[in-house]
Write a protein that binds this ligand. Structure first.
Ligand SMILES: Cc1ncc(COP(=O)(O)O)c(C=O)c1O
Length: 391
């Protein structure tokens, strides 16, 4: 008999009833150190006082009015995002997948309205993940995500990761945009080198294409800059954001330049819930903290510490781990043992990690994790690795 929850997830046999900071607690009181942060969502950890305050204060005042009316909190968050980034304008969604939908629509509509309606092609990359909607799976193109869901939305091409020559060769007069995650998350924590991001920007400029960055997982301070592309010194035309921006409240956004977005006029797109007062009140509280240069400097300092300890861990367990990779607090341990076994051994040691493709375990701790917690986390991973070796 089919379970009452559609069985699309492989769930671990764990259930949490409360959280505080980097810790999650089960009903029996067992505490787990959370290096997954709900897959890079709880950027400020669990039950951060500023977010609890923002959410509960807003809950007392107003939950939902729809986008038929002005929304003060939405305006405030859009103004903060525009002030802090390349963007001139923002559309709020409830998830990263919806941000992907709009990014693709915006790119196509841009060329449609500017006299190049044949420009519909989107160049994406193998190993990418942009969500599970029709556009998202067509962009990713992997068999795992697309099998049985055809006909797929046309117009997407996948090229080998970071193969700039292949991108150059694939651009035609029907290409609209290049879509790329600056750091692939689900694909196994694979950063695009800065030089390659710059090369993609240059190709877009040379050919009049739009550069769409998917910063759903790597954005909002995760890499130690507010957005990951800042490390490369480039800016996109369109950017997808979600996960950390809501700190656990479902919230996403598409940020864009005026030039890229100007075809999106009244009636071209919408969302019932996107940009609702609750989500945007929380989003403002997240932005206030994460966009502070001192906060980001602290993320970088802790990221250096975690990385150094993980290099030691990998060296101590060469039978379990192959390498450490990633940027900031978006780190991956490529495993020699099966990554699922390492994640499960972590559960036995009460430390949570997230599996990814390419036999990687992801470490995406709350950006607020402390130095002591980093040390504790690596001790637990050390014991987990010993379990894997002993098994
Ligand atoms: C890079 C990237 N893009 C898009 C998505 C889809 O976001 P959501 O699950 O919020 O729809 C994800 C989710 O993991 C992601 O990591």
């Amino acid at each position: 008999m089919i379970p009452s929850i559609l069985p699309t997830y492989n769930r671990a046999p764990l259930e949490f009833v409360s959280g505080a900071g980097a810790w999650l607690t089960e009903a029996d009181g067992r505490r787990f150190l959370d290096l997954g942060a709900g897959i890079a969502v709880n950027a400020l950890g669990h039950a951060h006082p500023a977010l609890v305050e923002a959410l509960t204060a807003q809950a007392q005042a107003l939950w939902h009015v729809s986008n038929l009316y002005g929304i003060v909190q939405q305006q405030a968050l859009a103004d903060r995002l525009v002030a802090a980034t390349f963007a001139d304008t923002v559309f709020f969604t409830n998830s990263g997948t919806e941000a992907c939908e709009l990014a693709v629509k915006m790119a196509r509509r841009h060329f449609h309205d500017f006299g190049q309606p044949d420009r519909v092609g989107i160049i994406a990359f193998e190993g990418s993940f942009h969500g599970r909607s029709s556009a998202g799976i067509a962009a990713s193109g992997s068999e795992k995500m697309t099998k049985g869901f055809g006909p797929l939305l046309p117009g997407f091409t996948q090229l080998p990761f970071c193969d700039i020559d292949a991108v150059r060769a694939a651009i035609t007069d029907t290409t609209a945009a290049i879509l790329v995650e600056p750091v692939q998350g689900e694909g196994g924590i694979r950063p695009v080198p800065d030089a390659d991001l710059r090369a993609l920007r240059a190709l877009c400029d040379d050919h009049g294409l739009l550069l769409i960055l998917d910063e759903v997982q790597c954005g909002m301070g995760r890499t130690g800059r507010l957005f990951a592309h800042e490390w490369a010194g480039i800016a996109p035309d369109i950017m997808m954001v979600a996960k950390g921006i809501g700190g656990g409240f479902p919230l996403g956004a598409v940020l864009a330049t005026e030039a890229a977005a100007s075809a999106m006029t009244a009636g071209t797109h919408g969302s019932t819930y996107g940009g609702n007062p609750l989500g945007c009140a929380v989003g403002c509280a997240v932005m206030d903290i994460v966009s502070d240069p001192d906060f980001l400097a602290d993320v970088n300092r802790k990221a250096g510490l975690l990385r150094q300890k993980l290099e030691g861990l990998a060296a101590a367990h060469p039978d379990v781990f192959e390498e450490v990779r990633g940027v900031g607090l978006m780190l991956g341990l490529k495993c020699r043992a099966a990554n699922a076994d390492v994640v499960a051994a972590g559960h036995a040691e009460q430390v949570l990690t997230v599996p990814a493709a390419d036999n990687v375990i992801r470490l995406l701790p709350p950006l607020t994790i402390t130095e002591d917690e980093i040390a504790e986390a690596v001790d637990r991973l050390d014991r987990a690795a010993a379990r894997v070796t002993a098994a």
